[in-house]
Design a protein around this ligand. Sequence first.
Ligand code: HEC
Ligand code: HEC
Ligand code: HEC
Ligand code: HEC
Ligand code: HEC
Ligand code: HEC
Ligand code: HEC
Ligand code: HEC
Ligand code: HEC
Ligand code: HEC
Length: 379
Amino acid sequence: MRLVSLCCAALLSVMLIVAGMLLSPPGAQAQQAAASSAAPPDVQHSASSGLSQGDIARMLPATDMGANAARQKDPHLAPVSDSPATPFDAAPIPVNPLAPNADAIGAKTCVACHAQENIQASHSLHVISFRAGAANSGPQAACETCHGPGSVHAKDPTAPGSIIAYTHESKTPPRVQAGVCLGCHAGGARQHWVGSVHENRGLSCSDCHNPMTRLSPEGLLAASSINEVCASCHQDIRAKFNRRSHMPLPEGQMACTDCHNPHGSITKPLLKTDTVNETCYTCHAEKRGPFLFEHAPVRENCLNCHDVHGSNQQTLLVAPIPMLCQQCHTMTLHPNDLQTPAGLGTGPHPDERIIGRGCLTCHSNIHGSNNPSGPKFHE
Ligand code: HEC
Ligand code: HEC
Ligand code: HEC
Ligand code: HEC
Ligand code: HEC
Ligand code: HEC
Ligand code: HEC
Ligand code: HEC
Ligand code: HEC
Ligand code: HEC
């Protein structure tokens, strides 16, 4: 079987090279044709789309999710030693440690019992592609590349652990579940999955992803959007975004993943950049400076004054002004007894330091000033 297909591929490549030489001067193009000739020949037409299996195979992404792909393009980064992701057409069948002697039986047998799952999964890029492009393991691998070999399960479907399953009720340990997905997706954003807080707390990829059903427009998520996925566990954080002051996440213009990498990172808590401030500068670039006069707490950490997930004060502040400032500035040239009833706007001696915009009425450039006469952030 292998031999026959190898011969076919060889024959095809010879034909393609000849065609390439006829159409254009030999050289780069002919070489390219030879390299891409590994694509399987056209087989039958799939009725629904009018595309042949060969068409689909040609359209498959030339994928390399390993970190090296991105790194090699960037002259400033050294390559790392993680292997590139496996392409669809070389999908291996993982070993199920709970049924180590099981053999692959092919998607047809799975579908005989799981017709409904098969219909749902037919939307997914994975299943379409495994069916179309499997040069090594054959289209029968469409289910077993993720669920492991099925012979034991097919004989006794209710035997616990007989198949790699992706739910918390299943006997398959989360690490084995994630291991299957990581077999192809270990690089890139998932470099720090192992050891991450989500991994340590027993999450599986399928807590956030459902590759079987199309629940989200992109990302094969387990809910309709990224924020919905996170909110399924972090309800408290999602609720904070409903406060009076918030960044436009409930409005759908931001996602938790603008700041966090749920797959793990080297910065606590799962931040995408090296520091909190770097995260903020990715969008609020003007706060980076440089400033002639810096306000020390701004340089140190934006969280000294802001609660990123939402606040009932103005502009995400952690405390109202003037109390926010007075947490640090107690004994300044300004007297420290600002909060008397007399000083309020309705009192007998309204104090300009607590009416209007409070301290900000005068110290308006609170994040830093570039004005030569602005050391007190007045201008
Ligand atoms: C003879 C019919 C039959 C065949 C063939 C079969 N299954 Fe199943 N499968 C079942 C039944 C019945 C269940 C439900 C078992 C239960 O509820 O304990 C099941 C459950 C499952 C589950 C969920 C297991 C869990 O613990 O949550 C997965 C995943 C699964 N099958 C995948 C497959 C795959 C992949 C194949 C092909 C390799 C396959 N099945 C072949 C009948 C079958
Ligand atoms: C990309 C990997 C992948 C492929 C390919 C795949 N599955 Fe799944 N399958 C999953 C994951 C992940 C889940 C768990 C989804 C969830 O959270 O409900 C699952 C769940 C299931 C279940 C259990 C459903 C339930 O409600 O408990 C069955 C049965 C199943 N798959 C059968 C199949 C069949 C049949 C195929 C081939 C047509 C297939 N799978 C292909 C990853 C895959
Ligand atoms: C045999 C290799 C292989 C396995 C196993 C595999 N994937 Fe994939 N997956 C791919 C490839 C290849 C792509 C497409 C990459 C691209 O679009 O560039 C992909 C795409 C994805 C995407 C992105 C889809 C999108 O629309 O953006 C997600 C999410 C994903 N896989 C999750 C999983 C999960 C979860 C599992 C385990 C249940 C899994 N994969 C198992 C190879 C695999
Ligand atoms: C806590 C939730 C969560 C967990 C757990 C999780 N993911 Fe994701 N994943 C996401 C979200 C959200 C996105 C979309 C990110 C975006 O668009 O910026 C994503 C995107 C992806 C993508 C496509 C984009 C990319 O980075 O290439 C792949 C592939 C993927 N995840 C694979 C996995 C695998 C494999 C696992 C298990 C080891 C896993 N994910 C575990 C939430 C999660
Ligand atoms: C299945 C439940 C679940 C889902 C879904 C989930 N998380 Fe988590 N997350 C956890 C658990 C459990 C912890 C650990 C909490 C602890 O230790 O206090 C955690 C911790 C975190 C932390 C804190 C990390 C640290 O170092 O303290 C961040 C940030 C986080 N998750 C972000 C996200 C984002 C973003 C998403 C959506 C893409 C998400 N989570 C989806 C369960 C989940
Ligand atoms: C604008 C960037 C940003 C966005 C958007 C964001 N976070 Fe955070 N998140 C942070 C920062 C910064 C911290 C660190 C807070 C600290 O140390 O007090 C944090 C901390 C966390 C923590 C751990 C500490 C805690 O407060 O419990 C969790 C869990 C978390 N975020 C989840 C989420 C979820 C879920 C979403 C989406 C609903 C989200 N974050 C959206 C920046 C963000
Ligand atoms: C992905 C982009 C993005 C990131 C990252 C980001 N922000 Fe924002 N932020 C926004 C957007 C968009 C707005 C709304 C701007 C508007 O309404 O004009 C906003 C508004 C704000 C506001 C004003 C809120 C109000 O009620 O007026 C503050 C304060 C703020 N962000 C602080 C932060 C801090 C601190 C960080 C870092 C932890 C951060 N942002 C990271 C996009 C981002
Ligand atoms: C010393 C307290 C303090 C620190 C630290 C701080 N801010 Fe602010 N921030 C404020 C105050 C007060 C306001 C309200 C200003 C106003 O209403 O004019 C504000 C407003 C904002 C706004 C909305 C208005 C504007 O100027 O665009 C953004 C965005 C913002 N801060 C981002 C940041 C970022 C990013 C950092 C970290 C680099 C940071 N802040 C650090 C006190 C602080
Ligand atoms: C987390 C502590 C902290 C908070 C909160 C804080 N500051 Fe500061 N502020 C500092 C530090 C530290 C300096 C630097 C003092 C120095 O260089 O002697 C400073 C410097 C200043 C200066 C310049 C002082 C000088 O001697 O040049 C002004 C004005 C000022 N802050 C106003 C404010 C106002 C107004 C607020 C409230 C919006 C505020 N600060 C909030 C810590 C803070
Ligand atoms: C009416 C305008 C005004 C208001 C309102 C105001 N300040 Fe000032 N502040 C000033 C001026 C002017 C100076 C410079 C005094 C000097 O250099 O002698 C100053 C200086 C400071 C300094 C530096 C003190 C030092 O030792 O050099 C700090 C800190 C400060 N203000 C904090 C605050 C805080 C906190 C508030 C709100 C409670 C506030 N200011 C409200 C005008 C104001």
